[in-house]
Write a protein that binds this ligand. Structure first.
Ligand code: NAP
Ligand code: F7E
Length: 342
């Protein structure tokens, strides 16, 4: 009998971490996830797959650690001895990276090096996936592929460029099986509420239900290549199963503006966003990435990856989910009022 493969995930509590965990468990992996200590619960996205910790043989195990803490990473890698490491943890918000540039460099940039060094120091034989980003292309005009020069336009993007090249360096210098997935924006009902797509779908649902009257946004002209996170974690896993480690762009090959996303999301609920949206400069960035459009033909050719969910279905899926979520919250709030009034 072959032993179950072990995967270690940083950023397991994030959007991608949750989808990847589902995928790996379905493939009979044993999954170990690094979580940070927090004063409130931070496992909302994986609670539905988390097993009783008293289970003598859990398939999903959470361990405390931090990308800021090399000793925790060393210890985890030494004790888990993973076959594959998916490094998804990061300070991942571009706008916030302008407020906390040093911290972003520390976690998103140096955090990656700490992991790579932990692999080297422990001598554990493993494969490594690094979450690179289309933000690295910055101001280089579309379409962007693996040959496109990077011109980062934020502290986040600069930190990702550093992490990207360090991953290449450990592959070239030490023979580590290390891949960079250069993923373009990918969204889902589990997307963090402050990224623009989720901010829009959540607001549209709340406006429809009478829970909100305005939506404050920044630059509506920015264009992004938006895909579905569920499709993108499949690409992560597949590139880690190839004979040779390499870097791949993962994208839909379609680009849309924030304005078009508003049309789609509000239109799905028969609302006109122009009646609700106001521009607040606080959501604009000192340097913007105007247009992203990915060319993922290398991944398509190497392992046949292509996206299943398209722009319109993605926006609708997110709106429907937020409507359900907010209606549930509304129900609960109404019930609480009824209880209080009795
Ligand atoms: P996300 O939802 O923001 O999740 C980030 C994860 O990193 C969370 O689990 C977070 O933990 C964890 N984390 C943050 N700081 C940490 C620290 N100091 N130590 C340990 N863990 C820490 O991000 P995502 O959308 O899933 O993206 C996954 C990765 O892909 C990120 O590296 C992101 O930069 C990159 N990426 C994302 C996209 C996209 O469109 N989604 C595109 C390209 C690349 P908490 O839950 O405790 O905060
Ligand atoms: O912004 C504009 C904003 O924050 C998209 C991260 O996952 O994808 C993500 O980074 C666009 C930008 O994503 C608001 O200016 C307008 O042009 O949803 P976002 P992002 O910056 O593209 C990449 C690939 C990553 O790697 C990152 O980790 O929308 N925009 N008004 C706004 N954006 C936000 N957040 N909020 C607004 O009110």
């Amino acid at each position: 009998m072959t032993a179950m493969k072990k995967a270690l995930i940083t950023g397991i509590t994030g959007q991608d971490g949750s989808y990847l965990t589902e995928l790996l468990l379905a493939k009979s992996y044993r999954v170990f996830g690094i979580i940070r200590r927090s004063s409130s619960f931070n496992t909302g996205r994986i609670d539905h797959i988390y097993q009783d910790p008293h289970d003598p043989d859990p398939k999903l195990k959470l361990v405390f650690g931090d990308l800021n803490d090399a000793s925790s990473l060393n210890k985890i890698i030494r004790t888990v001895q993973p076959d594959e490491i998916y490094h998804l943890g990061a300070q991942s918000h571009v706008r916030v990276s302008f407020d906390v540039p040093e911290y972003t460099g520390e976690i998103t940039g140096l955090g990656t090096v700490r992991l790579l060094e932990a692999i080297r120091e422990t001598g554990v034989t493993t494969r490594f996936y690094n979450a690179s980003s289309s933000e690295m292309f910055g101001s280089t005009p579309p379409p962007q592929n693996e040959q496109t020069p990077f011109h980062p336009r934020s502290p986040y993007a600069a930190a990702k460029v550093y992490a990207h090249w360090m991953t290449v360096n450990y592959r070239d210098g030490y023979g580590l099986f290390a891949c960079n997935g250069i993923l373009f924006n990918h969204e889902s009902p589990r997307r963090g509420e402050t990224f623009v797509t989720r901010k829009i779908t959540r607001a549209a649902a709340r406006i429809k239900l009478g829970l909100q009257t305005k939506l404050f946004l920044g630059n509506l002209d920015a264009r992004r290549d938006w895909g579905y996170a569920g499709d993108y974690v499949e690409a992560m896993w597949t590139m880690m199963q190839q004979d040779k480690a390499d870097d791949y762009v993962i994208a839909t090959g379609e680009t849309h503006s924030v304005r078009e996303f508003l049309d789609e999301a509000f239109g799905h609920l028969s609302l006109d966003w122009k009646e609700y949206v106001e521009i607040d400069p606080r959501y604009c960035r000192p340097t913007e990435v105007d247009a992203l459009l990915g060319d993922s033909s290398k991944a398509r050719k190497a392992f046949g990856w292509k996206p299943k969910v398209r722009f319109q279905d993605l926006a609708r899926m997110m709106v429907d989910s937020d409507l359900e979520l907010e209606s549930g919250l509304l129900d609960r709030r109404t019930r609480n009022h009824e209880v209080l009034e009795r």
